[in-house]
Design a protein around this ligand. Sequence first.
Ligand SMILES: [Zn+2]
Ligand SMILES: [Zn+2]
Length: 292
Amino acid sequence: MTESNEALSAAARWDLHCHTRFSDGTYTPTELVKQAKELGLQGVAITDHDTYAGWDEVAHAAKQYDFPVIRGSEITAYDMHTSVHMLAYLYDPENEVMIDLFASTRQARLKRTQQMVEAIAKDYPITWDSVLAQVGEGEKTTVGRPHIADALVQAGVYGNRSQAFDGICSSSSQYYLPTPSPSTHEVIRCVHAAGGVVVVAHAGAIARNAELLSDAQIETLIAEGLDGLEIWHRDNDQAQRQRLSRIARDHHLIMTGGSDWHGKGKPNLLGENTAPGIVAAAIAERGILPLL
Ligand SMILES: [Zn+2]
Ligand SMILES: [Zn+2]
């Protein structure tokens, strides 16, 4: 990357949380880089859910547009009763430990979806094959509830996907099984084993969880080596930002921010929340991979 000093300065603005078509975003990694540059940001991170499948394309785009990029992923984990999203930056994707982590999660999720389909198929006209037929060509995300919903629509049980999500596919449905995920402790261990940097995403997102991570739970993760907390995110309200900032300052953690951009998939606007370039520099200093 060029102009490194400027891009990594306190005045530079980085969006450190962005999704592309490699998970549930609607744009390609190339479009992410292009739009971030046009917007006047100084850098972005790609953080698709539970995958690094977009990294090759984003590396190409970073070069093409001469624009700084941090490679990352957003890993879904659990901690007691709380679903926790963890941003993993600049880890070695070829490290066995990470390969195993992603593979075993995918395997467990596939099995869970099959079990849900088996139960639904006893009462409704869908099959495993009719669910698999809903998975788009080349799609790299794991088959899950959206595909069951689409199969139910195709079978004429519902008029559209959201009706299916209000009914059989809802998390309160009798057919629902929770998504298998690694624990927060496992994610920290694996990402660090692969030389990466781990940050808890939107830990103050009240709407996502009945129970947020407590200060004590976060402090346990810090003792295990947690690198940072995402502070500037639309789902962290003012009080939560203050709580998380206080914990981060007390323990000298990296404080990050990002839009959680999904293209047209969510209202979040690219660059609506950012972190200064010095934060990108701190991530780069700890990660085993370089900035692009
Ligand atoms: Zn998230
Ligand atoms: Zn996200």
